[in-house]
Ligand binder design. Sequence first.
Ligand code: ATP
Ligand code: MG
Length: 307
Amino acid sequence: MSTIDLGAAFGIQELAGKQFPAKKAGDRTPAPVFEYIFRIDLLRKMLAWASGNITTSLYLSGPAGAGKTSLPEQMAARLGHGCTTLSCNSRTEKADIVGYIGLEDSKTAFIEGPLVRAMREGEWIVFDEGDALPPSVTITLNRVLEGSPLAIPETGDVIYPHADFRVAFTGNTRGRGDTTGQFRSRNVQDAAVLDRFLFVEVDYPTSQEELNIIAGKCPNLPEDVAAILVQLAGETRNAHMAGELSAPISTRGLVRIASILEAGVFAKLGDANLWESIAFGFADGLGPDESEGIKQILETLMLPASV
Ligand SMILES: Nc1ncnc2c1ncn2[C@@H]1O[C@H](COP(=O)(O)OP(=O)(O)OP(=O)(O)O)[C@@H](O)[C@H]1O
Ligand SMILES: [Mg+2]
C-alpha cells in the first residue's frame, strides 16, 4: 500500500502534508464524486476508524439525507478501497450477508456473500440502514465486528479478516430504537452488538458547508438563491425539532431543489419559479397546510430583498 496526502485527497488545507495509507482503485472502489465536501470533524473520526488502530467497526447515525451513506463511500473512493454497500431491511438474512450453499457450475458449492469477500479481499462493507436488520442476524456478526475471524459452519472454513477489512453501519437511529416515530422499520439491536462500534453522529452540514455543496453540484445557481434555500432548510429543521413540521429539508432535499432550479424545470422567472421548485422538490410531499407553512417561511426570508 502506498500513501496519499490527506489535504489533497480530501480537499482540506488543514490536513496538507499528512500522509495516510491508500490503495490503487479497483473494480469495487466507488467512483469519486469530485464535488463531494468532506467535513473535517467527521473526517478525523473516519480516519481513526480507517486506520484500524481503534476498532474495525463504525456506526454512522443521524437524520435522513444528511450524508451518512455517502461518507464511507466517498472516503473509499479517495483512498482507493473497495467498498460494498449492502442495503439492509428487516428481512435481510445471514445468507445474504455471509453466503449460502447453492449451485455453481452445476455443482453444489458455498456461494460467498459480500461480507466474506470483503474480509478476504481487505475491503470495506457498509451495512446501509443496518439498524433495520433483525437483531438475530446482527448478533451473528458479533465476532466479525470486533475484528475476529468468521467461522462458516456450512464449509467448516474460518475466514481471517484481511488487515484492511472494515465494517460501517449507517442508521437513522443508534440501534436503540426509534423514539421519534419517523423510522418505522428500525429494530432495537442487542446491547453487546452495539458495544462493538465507534459511534459517529452525522448531523446536517453547517450553512457554509451546504452552500459549498450546492455550489459544487449546481454551479450555475445564483449564490443569493442558494443562500435562501439553505436558510429555508435551516428554518424547516428548527420547525421540525419544535414538532411543528413533520419533515425538514435535508441536504439531499436541498441538492434536489437546487438541481430543479438549475435545470429550469419551471419556465416562470423569479419568485414563482423558486416556490414551484421548492414545492416540486420537497413541499408537495407534505400536506397542504404544511406546504403553505413552508411557503410563508420562504416569503419571510425573501422580505428584506423585496423591501
Ligand atoms: N458532504 C457532502 N457533499 C456533497 N453532497 C452531499 C454531502 N452530504 C450529502 N450530500 C448530498 O446529499 C445526498 C444524500 O446523502 P446520503 O445518501 O449520504 O445521506 P444519508 O444520511 O445516508 O441519507 P439516508 O438517511 O436517507 O440514508 C447525497 O446524494 C448528496 O447529493
Ligand atoms: Mg443512507
